[in-house]
Design a protein around this ligand. Sequence first.
Ligand code: ADP
Ligand code: MG
Length: 696
Amino acid sequence: MNSLRERDITYLKGVGPKRAELLGKELGIKSFRDLLYHFPSHYIDRKTMYRIAQFSGEMPYVQVQGRFVSFNVLGEGAKMRLVGLFTDGERTMEVVWFRQIKTLKTAYNIGATYILFGKPTLFNGHWSMAHPEIDTPGAPGALQGLRGVYPLTERLRNQGITSRTLFLWTQNALASVREIREFLPPEVLTQYSLMPLREALVTIHNPKDNDSLQRAKLRLKFEELLLLQINIQKYSRHRKAQAQGYYFPRVGTFFNRFYSECLPFELTGAQKRVIKEIRADMITGRQMNRLVQGDVGSGKTMVALLTMLIAVDNGYQAALMAPTEILAQQHFDSLRQMLAPIGVNVRLLTGSTRKKQRDEIHAQLQDGSLHILVGTHALIEDNVQFARLGMAVIDEQHRFGVAQRAKMWKKSQIAPHVLVMTATPIPRTLAMTVYGDLDVSVIDELPPGRKPVQTLLRYDNRRHDVMRGIGKQLAQGRQVYIVYPLIEENKDLDLKSLEEGYEFIKETFPSYRVAFVHGRMKPAEKDFQMQLFASHQADILVATTVIEVGVNVPNASTMVIENAERFGLSQLHQLRGRVGRGADQSYCILMTKFNIASETRKRLEIMTSTTDGFVVAEADLKMRGPGDIEGTMQSGIPFDLHIANLATDGPIVEMARNSAAALLDDDPDLARPEHYPLRQALLHAQGPAIDWSRIS
Ligand code: ADP
Ligand code: MG
């Protein structure tokens, strides 16, 4: 008996070589298994029979029973169509075909009873249905409870392959394979009361009722997530067993002196907790791979600083890598200022560091006198060689591609500990999957005394009011950001609106100083402009999203975001995080044109209703799907989930995670004979594509 995977779709009844090729190309369906795992995207209730008189404009697909009265071919060339007049005995509607006219003209008998299934549309006061599915009453598949609607492509439709065709093929496939082998261990099936595999496949393609459909879905989602979790966890267990790391037992002079003499504020409870977690990692003898998640403004920099001091106290060097020159500069300034009193040597290395300084840095790295090196990806260039790199901190990791990170320090023998800091709040379910392999710490508390940023949605026609509000803030000595959508390659239009905006602001506020920065400027010019704003030599900064990440100007109280509808929610949240960093009330104003779609409006209203980054991220995930979440996209994690949805299936992710852990605790290599089918299934399942331990 061949397995489902080995059975070629070509030999399924009704398919054949030509259609097999098409199925393979269009949907990746090559085997019986592929077909049976091509699930309906949604279902339509086929229990209800409609009358034409009941049709209304908002109806999805409906079915109606009746007879054809006539067929006529109308129009010519590309406009040629076949029109059938169809009556349910009470009213009539038109049935229209634009393809396969010749065949269809004689396919149905006038006067015979048919069930039509399609979407009614109202045209010139008459109802019509284009390309409906047509059944004879009593035929298989007709008048079932729920009928699946399968994802298809235009090319398949053009070849006459419909949702109904796929349905019939799945039925043929299920009828021709007697045994579908269960691969989940019996104890797992029992523990979670899961439907056996064959029953689940039968049900998902042809559900009797909604209850059994839900149980089938649960089973199939669970198996998908379980395989993914087993892969991730096997991998992470392996890494933890293997990756030797530096042992940093000491909390020494630097850390203690800084803590008692230089700490500019009391740490928040969350900061203290995360530092503790990191310190615990330092004494395991294994490499730390920890992600610190903390909303914008939660104080990640201080956590990085203290972490790096632990390395320095133990005689090692530390590196802090930031995604932009501006941010690297800012980290450098604040670290140097805080650490100078206790004699820690901090240097900055970026693309624009002069040769002379660069040579000096290289020499100090080699002789060990340089304690902490801050920089951009200039840090991962080949000629940068640390004598004793013990700790690498990567800030705002979503800006770094995986390949870039993987390049860091792979030459060193023992990999340094790695701390990745991100302000992109990744919802728990996603984190459990994406970072199943990293340990995660969360700074879930903001420093005291912060007032939540007030977020307002304003249409262009209220620009005047907005400008007046800005004027008030400026008069109080506060600073203001005005942000335009990113300038993409060759988007002259964007540049134009940015430049016009800049001119407009200068005219509106002639007595204030305006800085101007965008991504196409030379780094030095960009820095100069940013510096003007950071040092309050400028009151207003007109900018693109180059300021999105990390910039810290506590005196800035207002952020205006132009064309807010063009930004993703997570991005808006990042931008908003630039204000509200001082003790005074801050504002974020989302400007849009007047007639935005209601979807867009809903999205933006999430911003006005909450300042909690996790809530924003959850909403973003639900609205856009996990594949779009910033960062995961760039990290290239395979989110090729067929049926499970990380945004909405949180509880199932958790079930799968627990189940995977229990299985691996019990049988780490799944080597036992009763786990053989599961092991086989794993061979084909996706694993983590990324070797996280090679980050270092
Ligand atoms: P982010 O997590 O976004 O990187 P930063 O580290 O830039 O946040 O911190 C934001 C601001 O909050 C900085 O001005 C920093 O000095 C300040 N800050 C950090 N921790 C505390 C604290 N525990 N109490 C008061 N202010 C703090
Ligand atoms: Mg930061």
